[in-house]
Design a protein around this ligand. Structure first.
Ligand code: C2O
Length: 546
C-alpha cells in the first residue's frame, strides 16, 4: 500500500448547461470533480484549499474512516468548515474496502456542484470475484439547477416549502439530448463488441432516487456501496442518492454502428409531485470500416413508471452480500442496543411574515423520533473530544421505550415536531439493531438514510408498521446486504444492524438534501474503548476552527 496525494482547489468556474451560463463552485475547475483512484489499504492525503467565499468541507461518502473521524468531513459534525483562504488536509487510510464510492461537499447545498468519484481497486494481485472487465467507466448522476441552489435552499428553509426541483438530471455532468438546448451536452460511451465493461454508478443527485436502463442490454449487478454482492441480472437499476452500484455490461458480439440510449429518471413511491424528466446518454458501438457508415436507428430503453413500488421492493430484495469465506458477512448475531426510530416529514409553526407551505399554514420540518436536528455552531467531534459539550449538544437523543408509532394512513392532528441537537451515545464495540419506520405523515418519498463511519447490514424491510413480534423472525442474518445508505420505503420500515467499533461522532441523515435541510438527521457518539488502539486519536493541527 502507498500514500497518495491529491490537491483540491475549491474555485469558481463558469459552466453552461441548458443554455444557462453560471459561475459554480468546483474542485480544480472541473465539473463533475476529479476522480480519486486508490487501492484498498492505501493512505490518502487530500489537501483542500478554499479559494471561494463559501465555507466548505468535503465528505468521503462511504469511507469507513476507522479511527480517522477528523477526516470524515460533515460541517459542524466532525469539523468546522474550511473558511475562505484556509486549507485542511484530509488524512485517512482505506481499510477493508474496495469498489466505488464518491466524495462531495458536506455543507449547505454545495454538493450540487462539488462531487466526484472515488474508485478503490482491490489490493495488488487480488482479482475481482467476477470476470475481469475490459474497461471501467464511472457514471455519476447529478442535478443541474439554472437557479442558484443556495437561493433554492434558503427559500425551502424560509418558507418551509418551495419546489426544490432542479432543471435537469445529469450523467457525468451532462443533461443529454432529451432536454431543450442540451443535445451537445450528452455523455457518450463508445464500446467495442463482445467485451465486458464495469460501469461504476454513483447517485450524487440531490433529491431523487433514480431508475436507470440501457436499451436492449442486460446489466449484471456485482457490487453496491463498495461491497461485493451475489451477482444478478436486471434490465433496470434503482439507485438512491448516496448509493453506488457496480454492474457488468456485456456488449453484443456483432453490432457495428449501432447506438443505444441509456436513461435515468426519478422513482418516487406514490408521488405526483416530481417532474418526470429524463436524463439520457448514448452507448455507441465502434464504427466498422468494412460496412457502410449508415447509422442504425437509436434504440430506446423503457423505464418503470414513477410509482413502481413493487419493482423497487423486488430490486432491493435481490441485493445479497457475497458472504463467502474471502468476503464474509459479519452480521452481529447478538444485539446489545435495540432502537426504533421514526423518520419522516412533519410540520412546525411558521414564523411571522412568512408564507409557509405546510398544512394549515405551518412549515415543513423533517425529524427523527420527532426531533428536528438543529445544526450546532461548533463541531460536535471537537466539543466531545475536548469535553466541551455544554451548550453545543445534549447526549440524550430521545429513545422510544416501545414501538409506539402506529401508521393508520391518516395524518395525526398534532404534527408539530421538536427541535434540538441531541446525540445518541453508544459504548465502544457494542452491537446495534435499529428499526427505522417511515411515518408518511406528509410526503410520499422513501428516505435514503445514510450512516457515516460504518457499513450496516440490512436485515429486514417491509411495508406498513413494523411488528416487533412477527418481523424479527424473518430477519436475514446470513447474507444481508452490507451498505452505507438504505431506502426506508414510504409507509414502511427497514431494520439494520452494525457494530459500534469506530469511536467518534457519526452523522446519520436522509440523503435527500431537502429533507436533511428540514432536519431529518441525527448523530451517534461512539465512545472510546479501553485499549490504546480503540481510541480516537487527537485532531490534526490544521483542523479548521469555527
Ligand atoms: Cu453523502 Cu452525510 O453524506
Amino acid at each position: 500500500s502507498v500514500t497518495r496525494h491529491y490537491k483540491f482547489d475549491i474555485m469558481l468556474q463558469n459552466v453552461t448547461r441548458l443554455c444557462h451560463t453560471k459561475s459554480i463552485v468546483t474542485v480544480n475547475g472541473q465539473f463533475p470533480g476529479p476522480r480519486i483512484v486508490a487501492r484498498e489499504g492505501d493512505t490518502l492525503l487530500i489537501k483542500v484549499v478554499n479559494h471561494v467565499q463559501n465555507n466548505v468541507s468535503i465528505h468521503w461518502h462511504g469511507i469507513r474512516q476507522l479511527q480517522s473521524g477528523w477526516a470524515d468531513g460533515p460541517a459542524y459534525i466532525t469539523q468546522c468548515p474550511i473558511q475562505t483562504g484556509q486549507s485542511y488536509v484530509y488524512n485517512y487510510t482505506i481499510v477493508g474496502q474496495r469498489g466505488t464510492l464518491f466524495w462531495h461537499a458536506h455543507i449547505s447545498w454545495l454538493r450540487v456542484t462539488v462531487y466526484g468519484p472515488i474508485i478503490i481497486r482491490p489490493k495488488h494481485n487480488v482479482p475481482y470475484p467476477f470476470a475481469k472487465p475490459y474497461k471501467e467507466v464511472p457514471i455519476i448522476f447529478g442535478e443541474w439547477f439554472n437557479a442558484d441552489p443556495e437561493a433554492v435552499i434558503s427559500q425551502a428553509l424560509q418558507t418551509g416549502g418551495g419546489p426544490n426541483v432542479s432543471d435537469a438530471y445529469t450523467i457525468n455532468g451532462l443533461p443529454g439530448p432529451l432536454y431543450n438546448c442540451s443535445k451537445k451536452d450528452t455523455f457518450k460511451l463508445n464500446v467495442k463488441p463482445g467485451k465486458t465493461y464495469l460501469l461504476r454508478f454513483i447517485n450524487a443527485a440531490l433529491n431523487d432516487e433514480l431508475f436507470f436502463s440501457i436499451a436492449n442490454h442486460t446489466l449484471t449487478v456485482v457490487e453496491a456501496d463498495a461491497v461485493y454482492i451475489k451477482p444478478f441480472e436486471t434490465q433496470t437499476l434503482l439507485i438512491t442518492p448516496g448509493q453506488t452500484t457496480n454492474v457488468l455490461l456485456k456488449t453484443k458480439p456483432y453490432f457495428p454502428n449501432a447506438t443505444f440510449l441509456m436513461a435515468a429518471r426519478p422513482y418516487a413511491t406514490g408521488s405526483g409531485t416530481f417532474d418526470n424528466t429524463t436524463v439520457a446518454a448514448i452507448l455507441e458501438y465502434y464504427k466498422s470500416p468494412s460496412i457502410s457508415q449508415k447509422m442504425l436507428p437509436l434504440f430506446k430503453p423503457t423505464l418503470p413508471p414513477l410509482n413502481d413500488t413493487s419493482f423497487a421492493a423486488n430490486f432491493t430484495s435481490r441485493l445479497r452480500s457475497l458472504a463467502s469465506s474471502q468476503y464474509p458477512a459479519n452480521v452481529p448475531q447478538n444485539v446489545d442496543n435495540r432502537f426504533f426510530f421514526t423518520v419522516g416529514l412533519g410540520s412546525n409553526p411558521c414564523d411571522q411574515n412568512q408564507t409557509c407551505q405546510g398544512p394549515n399554514g405551518t412549515k415543513f420540518a423533517a425529524s427523527v423520533n420527532n426531533i428536528s436536528f438543529v445544526m450546532p455552531t461548533k463541531a460536535l467531534l471537537q466539543s466531545h473530544f475536548f469535553g466541551q459539550s455544554n451548550g453545543v449538544y445534549s447526549p440524550y437523543f430521545p429513545i422510544n421505550p416501545t414501538h409506539w408509532f402506529n401508521y393508520t394512513g391518516t395524518s395525526p392532528n398534532n404534527t408539530m415536531v421538536g427541535n434540538g441537537t441531541e446525540v445518541l451515545v453508544l459504548p465502544f464495540n457494542t452491537s446495534v439493531e435499529l428499526v427505522m419506520q417511515d411515518t408518511s405523515i406528509l410526503g410520499a418519498e422513501s428516505h435514503p438514510l445514510h450512516l457515516h463511519g460504518f457499513n450496516f447490514y440490512v436485515v429486514g424491510q417491509g411495508f406498513g408498521n413494523f411488528d416487533s413480534n412477527k418481523d424479527p423472525k424473518m430477519f436475514n442474518l446470513v447474507d444481508p446486504m452490507e451498505r452505507n445508505t438504505v431506502g426506508v420505503p414510504a409507509g414502511g420500515w427497514v431494520a439494520i444492524r452494525f457494530l459500534a467499533d469506530n469511536p467518534g461522532v457519526w452523522f446519520m441523515h436522509c440523503h435527500l438534501e431537502v429533507h436533511t435541510s428540514w432536519g431529518l438527521k441525527m448523530a451517534w457518539l461512539v465512545l472510546d474503548g479501553n485499549l490504546p488502539n480503540q481510541k480516537l486519536p487527537p485532531p490534526p493541527a490544521d483542523l479548521p476552527k469555527c
